[in-house]
Design a protein around this ligand. Structure first.
Ligand code: SAH
Length: 234
């Protein structure tokens, strides 16, 4: 395909991804339009630019991956997006899913344990003027107590079980979507709906995610991640 500027993704590639999303059962036009409008090429390493609009996960360094678009879409659909709601995202990674969420929700609170990844994500989100996103480095399984309760919670890494702290931070009637299972076991995408003290659980099928890990990485180099950087790294 030759050397493409990051802003010059051929429309055919975008159209192909939108068709993939439709084939995966995503018909909500707001969700499809959010995917069309988030430039995925900005979130992948230079070496994978030609695959940026393919429906595939890609490595983003530090042992992590940018999620597969159809999986991101399934998770977001399961959340029931609404521009009046605030959402907590655990595992911001490249920031791609964060950017998609920011087009569908009123406000996004995103937590990422790897400070290096978060710094790059913040720069990209700033470049795209996603002003309704607030981020912090740290262990997202502890949620964000100062901002709780959340209408929606999306966990982008696999937990062994429903993380209790996140459950406590879910608003009444709130929805959490989280991959559940050991790293090498079969993982299931699960939707939890909070109904009073009760929890409605729906199995949304098999998925494969990196594990949700406690603790923070890169505190020394990435302690001041609240500020956007000047430009995104590769
Ligand atoms: N959806 C993201 C990628 C998710 S990969 C994207 O589209 O780019 C999962 C991310 O979760 C990784 O970046 C990993 O560092 C992060 N992670 C794992 N455990 C975490 C935890 N306890 N708290 C916050 N982030 C965590």
């Amino acid at each position: 395909m030759g050397k493409l500027g990051r802003a010059l993704t051929p429309p055919t590639q975008k159209i192909r991804l939108i068709l993939d999303l439709r084939r995966a059962g995503i018909t909500d036009t707001a969700i499809l339009s959010a995917f069309e409008n988030v430039p995925r090429e900005l979130f992948v390493p230079e070496a994978f630019l030609d695959k940026a609009w393919e429906d595939t996960p890609l490595p983003i360094g530090h042992g992590q991956t940018i999620s597969q678009p159809t999986v991101v879409a399934r998770m977001i659909r399961a959340l029931g997006p609404d521009r009046s709601l605030k959402v907590l995202e655990v595992g911001c990674g490249s920031g791609y899913q964060t950017a998609v969420l920011s087009r569908l929700f009123r406000r996004v609170y995103a937590v990422e344990r790897q400070a290096v990844l978060l710094r790059t994500a913040i720069a990209r989100l700033a470049e795209l003027r996603r002003h309704n996103v607030t981020t912090k480095p740290g262990d997202g399984s502890l949620g964000w107590p100062e901002q709780a309760p959340f209408d929606r919670i999306l966990v982008a890494a696999a937990a062994e079980d429903l993380p209790p702290t996140l459950w406590e931070q879910l608003a009444p009637g709130g929805i959490m979507v989280c991959p559940i299972g050991e790293a090498h076991d079969e993982q299931r995408l699960v939707r939890f709906v909070r109904r009073g003290a009760l929890c409605d659980t729906t199995d949304l099928g098999p998925v494969r995610f990196v594990p949700l890990v406690g603790g923070k990485v890169g505190g020394k180099t990435g302690g001041k991640t609240g500020r956007p950087l000047q430009r995104a790294a590769g």
